[in-house]
Design a protein around this ligand. Structure first.
Ligand SMILES: Nc1ncnc2c1ncn2[C@@H]1O[C@H](COP(=O)(O)OP(=O)(O)OP(=O)(O)O)[C@@H](O)[C@H]1O
Ligand SMILES: [Mg+2]
Length: 461
C-alpha cells in the first residue's frame, strides 16, 4: 500500500513468491475498502502517503479490524514517526531500503502473532460456550424446569446441592449457578474430593502453615480462601470420611477457615455448591455421610435428570457437540436424521458425557460429511434402574459384545483383590490395608466406591 507503484509491486511479488495471499491498494481509501470486504491478517503500509498518511490509515484500519497486524515502512531517519506508529497499535516497522530477508522475517512474525490471536479468540469462545450463560443445552420439560429453578436459586446466596448420575452435567450446573449469581465476577473454585487423598484434600482446601507436615516448606492458602468472594464447588462430596466432613461442617457453620498446623482462624465469604452422584439420603441413613453436614449443604437441591429421561434433548445436544467439534477441526459435518433416531433409541448409561464422546469420535473418524448411524457404535443397552449413582460396572466377562475399558478392568481387579483380603482378615481393616500395601484411608475410600463391606462384621468408620 505504498504510493510508489514500483516499490509496491516488487514487495507484492516477493510476498506472493513466499505463498502469502497478497492484495494491493494504491492508497488509504482503497486499502480500507479491501480491509472491510475480505479477511486480512496483515497490512504493510508506507508512513508518508498522500492524501491519507500512514498514521491515519493505521488508526482507521484498526477500527475496521482490531486484530489486524500492521507493519509500517518508513524512510531512514524518521524513526520517531515509526515509534509513534507502534505506540498507536502498529506491530512493527521496517526502514527503507530494506533487505528481502528482513522484510520476510518481520512479516512472518506478524503472521504468527495473527494466528496466535485467532487461536485465543477461538478458545475464549469455546470457553464461554462451555462455562458461560448459554452453556446448558436442552429444552425438555425437565431441563426447562431445572433452568428456571437454577436462575432463582443463583440469585440467592444459598448453599446448593447438585444431585445426578455421573455425566449428567452437574459441574456445568454448578458453574451456571455461579455465572448467574452476584459473585460471577469473582472466582469459581472447583475441588474434587474423590481425586486426591484425604490428607492432601484437607491441606488443599484449608491451606497449611509452614512446616505443618513434611514437605510443607512454605505456608499456603487453601482453596476456600482462594474462593473468597466467589463460589467453592465441592465435587463428589460423599467420597469423604466423616472426620473430614466434620471439619468441612465447621467451616460452613462459622464461615472461617483454619489452615492445617495453624491456630488462628480467618473469616471467609464463600458460597458453597456441592455435588454428588450418589443417593446422599441413603449415605446418611447408612451413616457414611454426616447428617448435620447433609442438612447444611442441602438448603436447595438441584436434581439433574439422567439423559434417558429426557431423550428429546439428544438432538440439540448432539448438534451442540458437533458444532464444537466442527469449529475445532474447521470441518462442516452434519447429522443425518437416521443417526439422530439411532441415538434417541439408546439409554445413555454414561449420560451427556457419553453422548459428547460419541459425537466427538464420530466427527473425528467418519469419512463422509454426513454422520450415519454406523458412525455411532453404541454399547448394548444395559438395564439401568432409576436409582442415583452410576450403574455398577459389569465384570469383564459379563459386558456382552463390548470389551471392558481399562478403567473397568482396573476396578475389577481392585474389587477382587480387596474382596479376597476382606475374606481372609474379616473386620481387621488395618491388616487388610497392610496386606494390600495401601493406607487405611485409601482402603476405606476404595471400599466405599466399590460398595464392599467387611465380611461377617459391621463396617467400622
Ligand atoms: N445440558 C448440557 N449442555 C451442554 N453440555 C452439557 C450438558 N450437560 C452436560 N454437558 C457436557 O457433558 C460433559 C459432562 O458434564 P459434567 O462434567 O458437568 O457432568 P457431571 O455430572 O459433573 O459428571 P461426573 O459425575 O462424571 O463428574 C461436560 O463436557 C459438559 O460440558
Ligand atoms: Mg463432575
Amino acid at each position: 500500500m505504498d504510493d510508489q507503484k514500483n516499490m509496491r509491486a516488487t514487495t507484492a511479488l516477493l510476498l506472493s513468491s513466499e505463498n502469502y495471499d497478497v492484495q494491493q491498494a494504491a492508497g488509504g481509501e482503497e486499502a480500507l475498502a479491501k480491509l472491510g470486504s475480505s479477511r486480512v491478517d496483515l497490512m504493510l503500509t508506507d508512513l508518508k502517503m498522500e492524501p491519507m498518511d500512514g498514521l491515519t490509515l493505521l488508526k482507521k484500519a484498526l477500527e475496521v479490524n482490531p486484530r489486524l497486524q500492521v507493519i509500517m515502512m518508513t524512510a531512514f531517519g524518521s524513526i520517531e514517526s515509526a515509534v509513534e506508529a507502534m505506540r498507536q497499535g502498529a506491530f512493527d516497522y521496517v526502514t527503507k531500503p530494506f533487505k528481502e530477508g528482513e522484510l520476510l522475517y518481520r512479516v512472518q512474525r506478524a503472521q504468527e502473532r495473527a494466528q496466535l490471536l485467532a487461536t485465543v479468540d477461538r478458545l475464549t469462545g469455546e470457553f464461554n460456550e462451555r462455562h458461560g450463560l448459554s452453556a446448558l443445552v436442552g429444552s425438555s420439560p425437565a431441563m426447562t424446569e431445572l433452568s428456571s429453578r437454577l436462575m432463582r436459586v443463583a440469585q440467592s446466596d444459598a448453599t446448593v446441592l447438585v444431585q445426578g448420575e455421573s455425566g449428567t452435567g452437574k459441574e456445568l450446573v454448578a458453574r451456571a449457578v455461579h455465572a448467574h449469581s452476584r459473585r460471577q465476577k469473582l472466582a469459581f473454585v472447583p475441588v474434587n474430593c474423590a481425586a486426591i487423598s484425604e490428607t492432601l484434600l484437607e491441606s488443599e482446601l484449608f491451606g497449611h502453615a509452614k512446616g505443618a507436615f513434611t514437605g510443607a516448606v512454605r505456608a499456603r492458602r487453601g482453596l476456600v480462601e482462594e474462593a473468597h468472594g466467589g463460589t467453592l464447588f465441592i465435587d463428589e462430596v460423599t467420597e469423604t470420611t466423616p472426620a473430614f466432613q466434620s471439619k468441612l461442617l465447621r467451616t460452613l457453620q462459622d464461615g472461617e477457615v483454619r489452615r492445617v498446623g495453624e491456630s488462628i482462624t480467618q473469616k471467609v465469604d464463600v458460597r458453597i455448591v456441592a455435588a454428588t452422584n450418589r443417593d446422599i439420603e441413603l449415605e446418611v441413613r447408612e451413616k457414611r455421610f454426616r447428617q448435620d453436614l447433609y442438612y447444611r449443604l442441602n438448603v436447595v437441591t438441584l436434581r439433574v435428570p439422567p439423559l434417558r429421561e429426557r431423550l428429546e434433548d439428544v438432538p440439540a445436544l448432539a448438534e451442540h457437540f458437533l458444532k464444537r467439534a466442527n469449529a475445532r477441526s474447521s470441518k462442516r459435518k452434519s447429522l443425518s436424521t437416521s443417526a439422530v433416531e439411532h441415538l434417541m433409541g439408546y439409554s445413555f448409561p454414561g449420560n451427556v458425557r457419553e453422548l459428547e464422546n460419541l459425537v466427538e469420535q464420530a466427527a473425528a473418524l467418519s469419512e463422509s460429511d454426513e454422520l450415519l448411524p454406523e458412525d455411532f457404535p453404541l454399547r448394548p443397552n444395559r438395564v439401568t434402574g432409576g436409582e442415583l449413582g452410576a450403574p455398577p460396572l459389569p465384570l469383564a466377562a459379563e459386558s456382552g459384545g463390548r470389551l471392558p475399558t481399562l478403567a473397568e478392568s482396573v476396578e475389577d481387579a481392585e474389587r477382587r483383590a480387596i474382596a479376597q483380603a476382606l475374606e481372609r482378615y474379616q473386620t481387621d481393616l488395618g491388616r487388610v490395608a497392610e496386606e494390600l500395601a495401601i493406607s487405611s484411608t485409601t482402603l476405606w475410600r476404595k471400599m466405599k466406591r466399590l460398595n464392599l463391606r467387611p465380611a461377617g462384621g459391621e463396617h467400622r468408620e
